[in-house]
Design a protein around this ligand. Structure first.
Ligand code: ADP
Ligand code: MG
Ligand code: ZN
Length: 591
């Protein structure tokens, strides 16, 4: 067999012409047998980074991946590309397991996916010792660290497994979100040897970001789903109860929805997940239990019904939109009451006060995200430590939406002086009520109606006043204490502002609606994809991604050469599906 170059592998199997940012460097590092750690955003293309080396090497690559239920998906994808692979997990019968092990020992597979829990089995480790293992790839490597989200104790077994293997295979690790703390933990706990570490830019141009405030969330979702009826998407809600309620609400209105959370039986979860993966249900309503390892590439939108607990989780969850490189919309529906829920969760679940302070701080950052005037993309990227030189991304609600700039200098002066008179001892809600002149019991009991700032902002609702206070927090004129009580304090910037009386502007948004027209041919190709998927019992996006169908409907190739120029069509894919798709295209040319 002739050894293909990594570019040839990319073209022949995946049908892609170019590597994305970071992929080439990571792949070259792995095939030169250097331990390698790749940090790339969700949808950035991490899988290819260990799969191409797997094909390049003579032996087998073991992929440690966190979710048993999703391995099948990954393995189906690989087999559909003509790359032989298998998974080993508890869903297999003994007979199936023996067959796979037998075939593995014959060198039949390039990749074998396993769950970390497998590493606790001696039998399994003995089997690995007789296989020619070239590479161990650890996906979702943040699970190694207790400081990351999704911590999994079995990930800690990996380093002892590696010690057992002789010769030592090259180790590669991948994650989308790693703070310095988590990064160091991964390198240390996996005992990576002088690893090459690649951090690729976190920007995802194809995703648009939007924060929606002060609107009824349910009616917003109904409007949105109506104008995006053909699209597949995820709606994240904070609790199981929220998921259930929203599910029932949307189901009654006949939307194509399904649901997923930790309170459902395994079987129902699996069924619902499949409904979504196979495009039999367009919209998944879920808690954050859903999504890790989901590689459905044609997710067009991710809506957060409640604020997530930090920017890391938000970017990872929102990043599940648009993996195929086509447009994806990430919308966060903001309601200030959710902040209290999250504070309560931190307070009840984290005993260690240093850790709790970190979490409050992170919550504050996502809260600020919802109130900033700045480009949302820039805000996120700077949060992850990137140096951003531009100010406008033209693809987030702050950069594109129609808005008015409102001079809130006077309001800001009143608010700051009220915080001062209330002795910097209360939260946003109470301050807003005092300014509005509310006759609430607590205010009267504390004699706050006697303050000179009582009732000095009359022409705003309490919600609007809170909005301005939150804006001043996000702009750091005010700060909240890092605990459950979130007491508003003045900062030096506020003192400066009062002295120098600069002007403060805030954006007031005008709502706009998105509409997407899709061509008839695109929908026909989608329909064909669905039929084939049903026949082959694999999810539609494994056959071709939306991006591939879009390109097909735009370029209308009707011969093999032209077909192979389309992104996502390699030789194996062409052999399997080329003729069927060309037929639909030819018909559309005639009509
Ligand atoms: P993640 O980094 O989240 O694990 P994946 O490996 O699942 O991302 O890749 C996301 C999508 O990007 C997949 O549909 C994959 O086929 C596609 N992709 C990966 N590399 C490239 C590339 N070089 N060119 C075009 N598409 C790519
Ligand atoms: Mg992945
Ligand atoms: Zn922007």
């Amino acid at each position: 067999m002739i050894l293909l170059s990594i570019n040839e592998i990319l073209k022949k199997y995946y049908g892609y012409d170019d590597f994305r940012e970071g992929q080439r460097e990571i792949i070259e590092s792995i095939i030169s047998h250097r331990d390698t750690f790749g940090i790339m955003p969700t949808g950035g293309g991490k899988s290819i980074c260990y799969q191409i080396p797997a094909m390049y090497f003579g032996g087998v690559t073991i992929v440690i991946s966190p979710l048993i239920s999703l391995m099948k998906d990954q393995v189906d994808t690989l087999n559909s590309l003509g790359i032989k692979s298998a998974y080993i997990n508890s869903s297999l019968s003994n007979e199936e397991l023996n067959t796979i092990i037998h075939r593995a020992s014959m060198g039949d597979y390039k990749l074998i996916y396993v769950a970390p829990e497998r590493l606790e089995s001696h039998l399994f480790r003995n089997i690995l010792m007789i296989l020619p293992v070239d590479q161990i790839a650890i996906d979702e490597a943040h699970c190694v660290s207790q400081w990351g989200h999704d911590f999994r104790a079995s990930y800690r077994m990996i380093s002892s497994l590696i010690e057992d293997l002789n010769p030592r295979p090259v180790i590669s690790a991948f994650t989308a979100t790693a703070t310095e703390l988590v990064k160091d933990d991964i390198v240390r706990l996996l005992e990576l040897q002088e690893p090459n570490i690649y951090v690729s830019g976190f920007n995802r141009d194809n995703l648009s970001f939007k924060v929606v405030k002060s609107r009824d969330r349910k009616s917003y979702i109904v409007d949105y789903l109506k104008s995006n009826i053909e699209s597949s998407g995820i709606i994240y809600a904070a609790t199981r109860k929220d998921v259930e309620r929203l599910y029932i609400f949307l189901k009654k209105l006949d939307f194509s929805v399904t649901k997923y959370h930790g309170g459902l039986e395994d079987e129902e979860r699996k069924e619902n997940q499949d409904l979504f993966l196979y495009d039999d249900a367009k919209v998944m309503i879920a808690t954050n239990a859903f999504g890790m390892g989901i590689d459905k590439s044609n997710v067009r939108f991710v809506i957060h019904y409640n604020i997530p607990r930090n920017i890391e989780s938000y970017y990872q969850e929102a990043g599940r939109a648009g993996r195929d490189g086509e447009e994806g919309e990430c919308i966060l529906l903001y309601d200030s009451r959710d902040i209290n829920t999250q504070q309560y969760l931190i307070n009840t679940s984290i005993a260690n006060s240093d850790r709790a302070a970190i979490e409050y701080d992170k919550l504050q950052s996502i809260d600020n995200y919802c109130h900033t005037n700045k480009c949302l993309r820039k805000y996120i990227l700077e949060y992850f430590g990137e140096d951003i030189t531009w100010d406008n991304c033209h693809n987030c609600s702050n950069c594109t939406q129609d808005y008015e700039l409102k001079d809130i200098t006077v309001e800001s002066q009143k608010i700051i002086s009220c915080v001062y008179r209330m002795k910097e001892s209360y939260g946003v809600g109470l301050i807003a009520e005092v300014l509005r002149g509310s006759k609430n019991q607590k205010i009267l009991a504390l004699a706050m109606d006697k303050l000179s700032t009582y009732g000095i902002i009359k022409n705003y609702t309490i919600g609007e006043i809170k909005e301005i206070i939150n804006y001043l927090i996000s702009e750091k004129y005010l700060a909240l204490t890092k605990d459950m009580f979130s007491i508003v304090k003045l900062t030096n910037k506020a003192v400066q502002f009062i002295k120098e009386s600069e002007t403060i502007y805030m954006r007031i948004e005008a709502t706009s609606k998105n509409t997407k027209g899709e061509s008839g041919l695109f929908n026909e190709l989608k329909a064909l994809r669905k039929v084939i998927a049903e026949n082959e019992k694999i999810p539609p996006y494994i056959i071709f991604s939306d991006a591939t169908l879009k390109e097909l409907s735009a370029k209308k190739p009707i011969n093999k050469e032209d077909m192979l120029l389309i992104k996502g069509i390699g030789e194996v894919k062409f052999e399997r599906y080329g003729e069927d798709f060309m037929e639909v295209i030819k018909k559309s040319n005639v009509s």
